[in-house]
Design a protein around this ligand. Structure first.
Ligand code: HEC
Length: 172
């Protein structure tokens, strides 16, 4: 804003250090006072990005607001690959976000979904995938259904799925 004019035209060698000290003091003062003084101090305030989408950066385990599990992003990505490789001969991924699917599974937990898939799917070759693949497909399905995924979550294994309620599928 009020950028100090370049004083270098005054070629007085004694003035220069004073100018620098004065600037330093001003800078320090501005920094020190920026918390207390009102707006308009000319401090280049870095305002928060206005375009933050609805995905709020709530930390893992943010308690209370929702009981949705935080899905491990890496596993959800792998689950997508596994799904595309082994399941799309018979299924479109949209089946697993459809309201009938969500209603049916909202009274179960993730371990139930895992068991059904690992015991009966692919229909033409049940249990043919490694257990980790089925876990990953479960995380993929949850991430498609509005469970937040995060690079910091997980990793999940079969035992983890026991505690994951699918109740959020009933809403929103
Ligand atoms: C050869 C065909 C075929 C393949 C491949 C296949 N499925 Fe299925 N799947 C079916 C059939 C048939 C059903 C039972 C009818 C239905 O719900 O569509 C079914 C049902 C399901 C259900 C229950 C759906 C619900 O609405 O409750 C899930 C979950 C599922 N499959 C997951 C998978 C996954 C994950 C894979 C890949 C690892 C897979 N399926 C591969 C044929 C297949």
């Amino acid at each position: 804003m009020d950028q100090p004019r370049n004083e270098s035209t005054s070629s007085n060698p004694i003035m220069r250090p004073w100018v620098e000290v004065a600037c330093l003091v001003v800078l320090l003062g501005a920094a020190a006072c920026s918390s207390g003084s009102g707006p308009g101090a000319g401090v280049p305030d870095v305002s928060p990005p206005a375009a933050a989408p609805e995905a709020s950066p709530s930390p893992p385990g943010a308690s209370g607001s929702t009981n949705r599990a935080l899905v491990p992003a890496t596993q959800a990505d792998r689950g997508r690959d596994a799904f595309l490789a082994s399941c799309t001969a018979c299924h479109a991924s949209g089946e697993f976000t459809a309201s009938a699917f969500r209603r049916r599974w909202s009274t179960r937990d993730a371990a139930d979904l895992y068991r059904l898939m690992s015991n009966t799917m692919p229909e033409d070759a049940p249990s043919s995938l490694a257990p980790e693949r089925y876990v990953e497909i479960v995380t993929y399905i949850l991430s498609m259904n509005g469970f937040d995924s995060s690079a910091s979550a997980g990793p999940w294994d079969v035992a983890t799925l026991d505690g994951i309620s699918l109740a959020p599928l009933a809403g929103s």
